[in-house]
Design a binder for this molecule. Structure first.
Ligand code: GLN
Length: 486
């Protein structure tokens, strides 16, 4: 019986049936990490002692028969840009190599209130900039489906850990696809919720307009359980939405009759791998066979989304990362003669190449001479892209698209040309620009056995629609039951 292939919901049942205790579960996950993490490299740091202490508390409560959340006693990892009180939070950067936050992010507090147990912090691209985890200051993570390949990124550690059975589910962030791309590369479910549905308080900002704290799970049911635990209004995050939050598990019904699906032809053209397109279309056909109505449409503004996204993201990153100057926060250089050299040496040593590239680009587009021609234009373009999405999502319940143009790439393959790297984000950035929810769901494998993901995009706060469609598809296929042979 492999505990590490089970979902949170299955383990919750086992905990209640006394087939396993939370302490045993934590021990088993650390054994698993010991056995495979040398190869997978998902974790930056671990906290076995803290985890065991919490597991004992949960076991005592279970013993007393207390009513607990389905997530109680479940071992999980958290992306290393999400603050965890007393546990290092490095953003996979030399700049924050020794940073121990004095408080926890709201999402961490909510998960801990539900009884989930944080066992460690997960690898990522430095400051969440990238799509391969190769921009980590520490080491790249490896894809459990093929160790020579990357798990995608930037939340690559978050996906690799779940796929390798080193974490039951995980939390990461998605600014332009960083949850969905690794979920797709590792045969997992990744949902970027609507902007403001899950608090970003205590999550280190990259591009605040697009950043969204998001989960990765093994299946759709776990996704609903995790959403129930982490959604809700947070007065500490001014972008958090104050609304009536539903019970997301109620959306787990098999029913797509009359569902209106839009297939934008821009996502199925040149540059997209044939096997990826075929797998996405085959799943769409399944939905059609079950009663959904599928129509091909055109979203002509999608072709402008990459430049708009990268201009805005870099502009915001340059401003957000300005606080890391070696004075109040971050790495401080040993050698400096004045304030200026303190700043430049600290930042020069602390940041990696990709982060520097983006700070320079962001500063350029925000400068007085370039603001109107780049930054302002990008904002206007983003507004039009959002309007185009809203219009389509008024006429249709979901947009279906691939999550990525290809399956997982070999480690090293992406680094040659950063612009090629950016092109991989074409399918995912639009949901961040539009602020709408988007899920990556497993939909097949290519001829090398590498997972393929499809995206389900719905209107703002229509997470329940996505869950219902995803659950229906999941029940009709067995992709989610496939596990990598590590
Ligand atoms: N690859 C995109 C970028 O580098 C998205 C990253 C993310 O979602 N954090 O900006």
């Amino acid at each position: 019986m492999h505990l590490f292939t089970k979902t949170a919901d299955e383990l919750a049942t086992m905990l209640r049936n006394k087939e396993v205790t939370s302490v045993e579960l934590i021990e088993a996950y650390f054994e698993r990490i010991e056995a495979v993490d040398d190869k997978v490299k998902a974790y930056i740091s671990l906290d076995k002692e803290g985890a065991l202490e919490k597991a004992e508390e949960i076991d005592a409560k279970l013993e007393k028969g207390e009513e607990l959340s389905r997530l109680a006693g479940i071992p999980i990892g958290i992306k290393d840009n999400i603050c965890t009180k007393g546990l290092k939070t490095t953003c996979a950067s030399r700049m924050l190599e020794d940073f121990i936050p004095p408080y926890s992010a709201t999402v961490v507090e909510k998960l801990e209130d539900a009884g989930a147990i944080i066992i460690g912090k997960l690898n990522m691209d430095e400051f969440a900039m990238g799509g391969s985890t190769e921009n980590s200051y520490f080491f790249p993570s490896h894809n459990p489906w093929d160790l020579e390949r990357g798990p995608g990124g930037s939340s690559g550690g978050s996906a690799a850990a779940v796929a390798a059975g080193e974490s039951v589910f995980s939390i990461g962030t998605d600014t332009g696809g960083s949850i969905r791309q690794p979920a797709s590369s590792c045969n997992l479910v990744g949902l970027k919720p609507s902007k403001g549905l899950v608090s970003n308080y205590g999550v280190v900002s990259y591009a605040s307009s697009f950043d969204q704290t998001s989960p990765i799970t093994k299946d759709v049911k776990d996704m609903a359980l995790v959403l129930n635990a982490i959604t809700g209004h947070d007065p500490k995050d001014s972008t958090s939405i104050n609304m009536e939050y539903p019970d997301y598990t109620k959306a787990l019904t098999e029913d797509v009759k009359g569902l209106r699906i839009a297939l934008p032809k821009e996502y199925f053209g040149e540059g997209f791998n044939q096997e990826v397109k075929e797998a996405v279309l085959a799943s769409t056909k399944k939905l059609e066979d079950m009663g959904a109505v599928v129509e091909e449409i055109s979203m002509p503004l999608i072709k402008h989304s990459l430049p708009a996204y990268y201009i805005i993201a870099c502009a915001e990153a340059s401003s957000n990362l300005a606080r890391l100057d070696g004075v109040a926060y971050g790495h401080r250089a040993k050698d400096y003669t004045d304030v200026e050299s303190l700043y430049s040496n600290s930042r020069g040593e602390g940041f990696g190449a990709e982060v520097k590239r983006r700070i320079i680009l962001g500063t350029f587009v925000l400068s007085a001479a370039n603001y109107d021609s780049y930054y302002k234009k990008a904002l206007e373009t983003a507004k039009l892209i959002k309007e185009e999405h809203n219009k389509v999502l008024e006429d249709y319940d979901v947009i279906i698209a691939p999550t990525m143009p290809t399956t997982a790439l070999k480690i090293g393959q992406k680094q040659e040309d950063p612009v090629k790297d950016y092109l991989n984000d074409i399918c995912t950035i639009n949901a961040n620009i539009a602020g709408v929810p988007a899920m990556s769901l497993p939909c097949g494998f290519d001829k090398d056995g590498l997972p393929i993901g499809m995206q389900l995009i719905a209107g703002e706060f229509k997470e329940e629609t996505i869950l219902r469609v995803a659950y229906t598809l999941e029940q009709a296929t067995d992709f989610k039951d496939q596990r990598p042979k590590l």
